[in-house]
Design a protein. Structure first.
Length: 246
C-alpha cells in the first residue's frame, strides 16, 4: 500500500476498455511446431555437449537451444521459417502485409535469403539496428507505400516502439523477448487506433523444447505485471492518507 500511495501521483493508466471502440479486433494464436530433423540433431548435440562439460554455463546453453529452435546454424534448416514463408505467400496472395519480429538477427537474415530465392520472391524490407537512421526511414517508407512489399522483417528491439504500422494486418513472432511488455509493444505497432482491419497475431513455438517451457514463464510474468500496475493505478486517496499515517 505504501508503494502504491507513493507512485500514484506519477502514474497515469489508460485502460484499453476506454478506447475499445477505436481498436481493431485481434486474433492471437500460438502455433506449435516440431523441430526439423537436422534441428533436432543439433538440439540433442547441444544438450549432450553441456552434460559432458564440468564447468558448463546454463545460460549459454539456454541461448544456444533457443537459437537452434529458430534456425539450425550449420544447415539453415528451420521448421519456423518454412511456415513463415508459406504464411507470407498466403498474405501476399491476399494483397495484405505482415510485420515479422525476431529479437535476434540470424533468423531475419536467413528468412531474407529464402524470400529472395527458391521461387518465393516475396517483397520485403528489413528493419534492424545494423541500418543507419536514413536506411531505417527508407525501409519503413517503402513498406508503407509499396504494395509489392509484403513483409517488414523487424528486430523486436528496434521496431517495438515509436512506429505506426497499420498498413499491415498480420504480426508474426519468430521468437519472443524475455519481457512480455516488449512483445506487447511490438504487437501494438500494428494493433493501433487507425487500424481498420482485423489483426492476426501468430507466434511460433517449437514443441518439447526450452521455448515450450518459456511460454508458461512469460504468461506468469505478464499476469504479475498487469496485477501490479493495476494495483498501483487504482490506489485511492484513503490509501495515501493511511500510508502517511503509518
Amino acid at each position: 500500500t505504501a508503494l502504491r500511495a507513493r507512485v500514484r501521483p506519477y502514474l497515469l493508466r489508460r485502460h484499453k476498455t476506454e478506447v475499445l471502440d477505436e481498436l481493431p479486433d485481434v486474433i492471437e494464436e500460438n502455433e506449435i511446431l516440431g523441430l526439423s530433423p537436422k534441428q533436432a540433431v543439433a538440439y540433442r548435440k547441444a544438450i549432450k555437449g553441456y552434460a559432458r562439460q564440468i564447468s558448463s554455463n546454463f545460460l549459454s546453453l539456454f541461448n544456444e537451444l533457443r537459437a537452434i529452435c529458430d534456425v539450425d546454424p550449420s544447415t539453415g534448416e528451420s521448421s519456423k521459417l518454412d511456415r513463415v514463408v508459406e504464411l507470407l505467400g498466403d498474405i501476399e496472395s491476399a494483397g495484405e502485409k505482415a510485420v515479422v519480429f525476431s529479437y535476434v538477427l540470424e533468423p531475419l537474415r536467413t528468412l531474407a535469403k529464402r524470400l529472395s530465392s527458391n521461387g518465393a520472391e516475396i517483397g520485403y524490407v528489413t528493419l534492424t539496428g545494423e541500418l543507419s537512421l536514413e536506411e531505417r526511414n527508407a525501409a519503413i517508407e517503402r513498406f508503407k507505400t509499396d504494395q509489392g512489399c509484403t513483409a517488414l522483417l523487424a528486430s523486436t528491439r528496434v521496431a517495438s516502439e515509436g512506429l505506426t504500422l497499420t498498413e499491415a494486418n498480420h504480426v508474426i513472432f519468430i521468437n519472443r523477448w524475455w519481457n512480455p511488455s516488449a512483445n506487447a509493444q511490438a504487437r501494438d505497432r500494428v494493433v493501433r487506433i487507425g487500424q481498420e482491419r482485423t489483426v492476426r497475431v501468430k507466434t511460433f513455438i517449437c514443441q518439447d523444447t526450452v521455448e515450450d517451457r518459456l511460454e508458461g514463464m512469460l504468461d506468469t510474468k505478464k499476469l504479475t505485471f498487469n496485477q501490479l500496475v493495476e494495483a498501483l493505478a487504482t490506489t485511492t486517496q484513503k490509501d495515501i492518507e493511511d500510508s502517511l499515517i503509518d
